[in-house]
Design a protein around this ligand. Structure first.
Ligand code: F6P
Length: 355
């Protein structure tokens, strides 16, 4: 271990996600086991700017592994994007002797971690978001719990749809990513999923509903990702009713999908990732995000992770890849292709198997 580490900070930022507390516990206990003090930074980067920081001991993180939300609280912090905000954050670290930070959140959190690293505070990121929209990791902390919550909610909706011979259109969170919508649709046996990544034919959906209604099917579930825009799912609900004659209801699950006890899978993922973040930091590594790739925990450079994300989302600006080697660019393209292929495969299975 690099002896320079005497005290580290930990924060959660952006939308909260089940499993964040498990990560806070793992980071705290892993650091304490090396004799390094841990400071809990409250309200994400806002707390770092304001100096809203308290020591975390072994017992402070007891009984939080199973709790949703984040005991450190969270927010989105526009002030941190300013030079003044960043200077205040670095000053807090200097004043309190914080030698490094583990930052849990999504891509905005990682950009903040890079800014801090560049200003002399080494940071390691953990991917915590229900959206699963961090391309460098196969799974984010919170995704599995969110899926299971959708499953529970939609199973209930299906019961009443079956009784009344209705269709229910259900909008789920996911920001611009369709992962929650698609995987939950597969798991509930939905008729269709509508996600921003893959073109969708409403006419084919109406036809499918009409055909299966004639064959005696009573309930229909259609899952829509919020990435389609706020009006899409309510309008689709009306159009299904008009075009098929099947009475249709709309439900927006919204933030309910972000709360609740983390699943076993999220607890294990958060714990293993939290431990890996501390080990990386104490090995003198920084500006990394801990990822899950092909079932193993790996460390990925934050700049690589952010560029890969932008490539996958079609957001790259000219010259953005200049700093990367041809091998890295090829690897990024391969990851994007793999991710798209996996999504398409699930989408095709859903269309084939869901009535
Ligand atoms: O990123 C997580 C997420 O829940 C998204 O799915 C959603 O678009 C967004 O956050 C909602 O943010 P807020 O909690 O600020 O309304």
């Amino acid at each position: 271990m690099f002896r320079t580490f005497r005290k580290i900070g930990i924060l959660t930022s952006g939308g909260d996600a089940p499993g964040m507390n498990a990560a806070v516990r793992a980071v705290t206990r892993a650091a304490l086991s090396c004799g390094v003090e841990v400071m809990g930074i409250y309200r994400g980067y806002s707390g770092l700017i304001d100096g809203d920081v308290k020591p975390l001991g072994l017992r402070d993180v007891s009984n939080i592994l199973n709790r949703g939300g984040t005991i450190l609280y969270s927010d989105r912090c526009p002030a941190f994007k300013t030079e003044e905000g960043m200077k205040k954050a670095v000053d807090t670290c200097r004043r309190l002797d914080i030698d490094g930070i583990v930052a849990i959140g999504g891509d905005g959190t990682f950009r903040g971690a890079t800014d801090l690293t560049l200003r002399g505070v080494p940071c390691v990121g953990l991917p915590g978001t229900i959206d699963n929209d961090i391309t460098s990791t196969d799974e984010t902390i919170g995704f599995d719990t969110a899926l299971n919550t959708v499953l529970d909610m939609v199973d209930r909706l299906r019961d009443t749809c079956e009784s009344h011979a209705r269709c229910n259109v259900v909008e789920v969170m996911g920001h611009h990513a369709g992962d929650i919508a698609l995987q939950s649709a597969l798991a509930v046996g939905a008729t269709a999923a509508v996600i921003p990544e893959i073109p969708f034919s409403q006419d084919e959906l109406y036809e499918k509903i009409r055909r299966n209604r004639k064959l005696g099917k009573r309930n229909f579930i259609v899952i829509v990702s919020e990435g389609m825009g706020p009006d899409y799912a309510p309008q689709l609900t009306q159009q299904i009713q008009q075009n098929t004659g099947v009475e249709s209801k709309f439900a927006r699950l919204a933030h309910v999908v972000r709360g609740g006890q983390p699943t076993l899978r999220d607890r294990v993922l958060a714990t293993m990732m939290g431990e890996a973040a501390v080990d990386a930091l104490f090995d003198g590594k920084s500006n990394l995000v801990v990822c899950l790739r092909h079932s193993g925990i790996v460390l990925t450079d934050i700049s690589y992770a952010l560029a890969l994300d932008r490539m996958y989302k079609g957001l790259l600006s000219p010259g953005e890849l200049d700093a990367f080697s041809p091998e890295h660019i090829a690897e990024m393209k391969k990851t994007c292709d793999e991710r798209r292929a996996a999504m398409q495969k699930m989408y095709d299975a859903l269309n084939r198997l869901g009535l």
